[in-house]
Write a protein that binds this ligand. Sequence first.
Ligand SMILES: Cc1cc2nc3c(=O)[nH]c(=O)nc-3n(C[C@H](O)[C@H](O)[C@H](O)COP(=O)(O)O)c2cc1C
Length: 457
Amino acid sequence: MVGHSSLSCRTLGNSARHSVKLLDWRASAILAQLSQPQSLRQVTPPPQVGPETAYQFLNLLWATGFLSVEAETPDLKLWEFHNLLFHSRCRQGRHDYPTADIAGSVDVWEQFPVAKPPMSGQIIPLPQLNIDAIRQKDKTLTTAIEKRESIREYDDNLPITIEQLGELLYRTARIKEIYTFDAEQQEMLKAQFGEDFDWGEISRRPYPCGGAMYELEVYPVVRRCQGMNSGLYHYDPLNHQLAQIETEEAHIQALIKDAYQSSGEQGMPQVLLIITARFGRLFRKYRSLAYALVLKHVGVLYQNLYLVATNMGLAPCALGAGDSDTFAQATGLDYIVESSVGEFMLGSLPNQDIDNNDDLDKDEKAEAHKAAFPDSLLKRIHGDNHACHITSTIVGQENTPSPGLAPNCRVINVPLNTTGTDEEFISPIILFHLLQIPNLDIFHLKVRITLRYGCLY
Ligand SMILES: Cc1cc2nc3c(=O)[nH]c(=O)nc-3n(C[C@H](O)[C@H](O)[C@H](O)COP(=O)(O)O)c2cc1C
């Protein structure tokens, strides 16, 4: 057992740090009794240690600042034991453990490549994106920061799409470039660590990361996303694709339900992004600082997700606590090697009154109205408009000066494409019945011709 004194260097007037190693179990046994505040008289000395020795031992620790006899102040009471220990260990000042050290982790170095290999053969490619095109239409950073808020409700009739999920991941978490440290950087690292080391491949991504180690991974859990089946996926930031992970439906539901409860049960996320850390990738370099760095990285990624989701018109909300054991069961990942360290809820914005939204200008309102309809419905409306137009051109319109080309003609419009999908075409049975209609002069078939920039009917 090692004890650390809270007496600062300034108090003792030198730069030494103070720790005491307890090598005899009986010393630890005495201290263990002080895990709860109590008087010296209540302490039971262990075998072969008289009360006087125990008293002298505790007195020595107290005089050198290792023990306190003060009642806990209200400020101190706010600290959970593990929080204060964590705080003191992941900052410098109260310990002399190494904050960065590579020698201790050399034997596991190779297990943590720059990018995690695809987790299954079930690959779902995500639409490729052009950052310049996004930049042209994107709202400003100030807009994103000012407009950003946590939204926990969604429009399940019009869920987030695979294109939107892909764009969000691309803009927040992809690998932009892989490189190796150049000679100058190698020299700097050698000076810092005292060793020449092969750091392997390093990556650049849209968010910053201590030592450019990038240990975080993103796992979308999909409940409802247009263009994707529900399930558990891993985002491959190098190839910008998802790999589906086989798991039981019950695990997926448990993860989504956990998020739903954490957010005050306002809405079930359409997609839950679970963020994990491949601990070794970061721990190999930073020692006592490492876990704190992981959590800082989660915060950095959260902010990226918030801002981009806001500009994309999605509903974002970070979560503070997920169940790492449930995630380990769902994926089969080893809790010690790679655990979940953050969760982020995502979905389409809830139904909104677009016309009365003062944040939107005229063009944005038109866009928002259009975006409020699924693609298939827009195609259907477009097709029906067209059919109506053709019919009125032929037979004219009642009570208007438009006589039409052939006012006495009998015309029937056939709803060819009722679902708005490209594949749908008239069924032979409907066609047969059509041809049986007596005195029919024209029937109007809709033909879809796909062009480069759209389609004609
Ligand atoms: C690290 C972090 C953890 C959060 N945890 C939760 C959470 O568990 N449940 C929740 O509903 N919101 C959570 N939030 C969202 C906050 O409640 C929200 O950011 C805060 O209330 C401020 O509101 P705003 O984001 O709309 O500005 C979290 C946010 C952050 C950054």
